[in-house]
Design a protein around this ligand. Structure first.
Ligand SMILES: *Cc1c(COP(=O)(O)O)cnc(C)c1O
Length: 443
């Protein structure tokens, strides 16, 4: 077991990582880049140990995946037991219980107590694609509305839904059609500020959908209840419930993409729970299975049952090993109240970052919910000019000090904090000390 302690035994990256990075350059396509090229040898909870014996504090969780902690013993055991029994049959050929059990758990845990069905896939993008397929099939309509700053994946259809050109879309088109983009209810950057956003966003956005797409041509509106890659943007209170109601009134499906915000990350099982929003379809992945690749679309029974037999699936979707990991992860989250733990982590992060904001004018806003907290950096609080270069410099300074951090945001100027929910308070505080030191050294 790895001690939950930061250790720097070489410069970051160390010599063995540098060597591996040279091999990487010669063998792996350059399009697959590495944010922090230290090669991991072992990991547990909030610590990643690299091949040079350095131990780094993990504030990224592999992008909100290892919510239950890296190498969670319950997950490891479930995976080992399943691997010994069988590794694959293809659920569409000869089924197995684990797949069904995951869908049963998803029906219990996702928002709403209506009759639900699920289908399992391998990645978040695949889940989003299938949600769109289901929505179009159910409504007989084509139009899909997504938002500014949205991130839904890198496949052709989900690239079209993703808002940011570089690096996700640049020269990868042409993109799938019948996808429309509307402004996001982004309080910090809404013209006039958060109060205006709260008052105006809903009408403005639904007017846009009406004018540019038309309700009768819109199959679904898809939104991340808290936007992830786009900058941890939290819409104002009341926006999501009103949008969901509006969709219902117009026979438009409301799809919540909770690939990043789901599974206790936001301080509830799902970010929709905060305001009691019940989506027609919800997509999940990342945190679902403690690091094993698994994704799901869960939704109203009649929507998923409406699809003809054989219309949904894939060779590996709902792989038995990934399902075993998911069941163990969901049990662990419930038994250890990881949603409550996410809220406690969020308070610690927010408290510390808010006090930093008093001393550093470059922190324009601290926002987020649960253990999904971000700081948006600006060069000037009045003009809110994005400080992307500073975000990059702080990120690098954190890495050199043995803290794994991630930036995000369409403008590249947002720092996001995604520690595993099993991280200790001591490690969290130490990580924040490192962040502050790195920040002070970079401004
Ligand atoms: C990461 C992400 C996806 C894509 O998931 P992959 O597993 O990388 O395909 C989709 N939606 C959201 C909100 C995400 O954060």
């Amino acid at each position: 077991m790895i001690e939950q302690k930061r250790i720097l035994s070489t410069p970051i990256p160390g010599p063995r990582s540098v060597e591996l990075q040279q091999r990487k350059t010669a063998a792996v396509g350059a399009g697959v880049s590495t944010g922090l090229p230290v090669y991991v040898e072992q990991a547990r909870d909030g610590i990643l140990r690299d091949v040079d014996g350095n131990q780094l504090i993990d504030f990224g969780s592999g992008i909100a995946v290892t919510n239950v902690g890296n190498g969670n013993p319950a997950v490891v055991k479930a995976v080992q037991q399943q691997v010994e029994r069988f590794t694959h049959t293809c659920f569409m050929v000869t089924p197995y219980e684990g797949y069904v059990a995951v869908c049963e758990r998803l029906a219990e845990l996702t928002p709403g107590d209506h009759e639900k069905r699920s289908a399992l896939f391998n990645s978040g993008a695949e889940a989003v694609e299938n949600a769109v397929k289901i929505a179009r099939h159910a409504t007989g309509k084509d139009g899909i509305v997504a938002f500014d700053h949205a991130y839904h994946g890198r496949t052709n259809l989900t690239m079209a839904m993703t808002a940011k050109n570089m690096p996700y879309k640049h020269r990868f088109g042409p993109f799938a059609g019948e996808l429309y983009r509307v402004p996001m209810a982004y309080p910090y950057r809404w013209p006039g500020g958060p109060e205006h956003c709260e008052k105006e966003a809903f009408s403005y956005i639904t007017d846009q959908i009406h004018a540019q797409v038309g309700e009768e041509s819109t199959a679904a509106v898809i939104i991340e209840p808290i936007q992830g890659e786009g900058g941890f943007i939290v819409p104002p209170k009341g926006f999501l419930p009103r949008l969901a109601d509006w969709c219902r009134e117009h026979d438009i499906l409301f799809i919540a993409d909770e690939v990043q915000s789901g599974f206790c990350r936001s301080g509830d099982w799902f970010a929709c729970d905060d305001e009691g929003v019940v989506p027609d379809l919800i997509t999940t992945a990342k945190g679902i299975a403690g690091g094993m690749p698994l994704a799901a679309v869960t939704g109203r029974a009649e929507l998923l049952d409406g699809v003809h037999p054989g219309g949904l699936g894939g060779t590996y979707g709902g792989n038995p090993v990934a399902c075993a990991a998911a069941l163990a992860s969901m049990d662990f989250m419930a038994e250890h109240d990881l949603a409550g733990r996410a809220r406690a982590i969020g308070e610690r992060l927010t408290g510390r970052l808010t006090s930093m904001a008093e001393r550093f004018p470059q922190i324009g806003e601290v926002r987020g919910r649960g253990a999904m907290i971000a700081a948006e950096l600006v060069t000037d609080r009045e003009t809110k000019e994005p400080a992307a270069a500073l975000a990059g410099a702080v990120n690098k300074a954190c890495h050199e000090r043995g803290l794994v951090t991630l930036t995000c945001g369409t403008l590249g100027n947002v720092f996001r904090f995604l520690p595993p929910l099993t991280i200790t308070d001591e490690l969290l505080d130490e990580g924040l000390d490192v962040f502050e030191e790195a920040f002070a050294a970079s401004v």
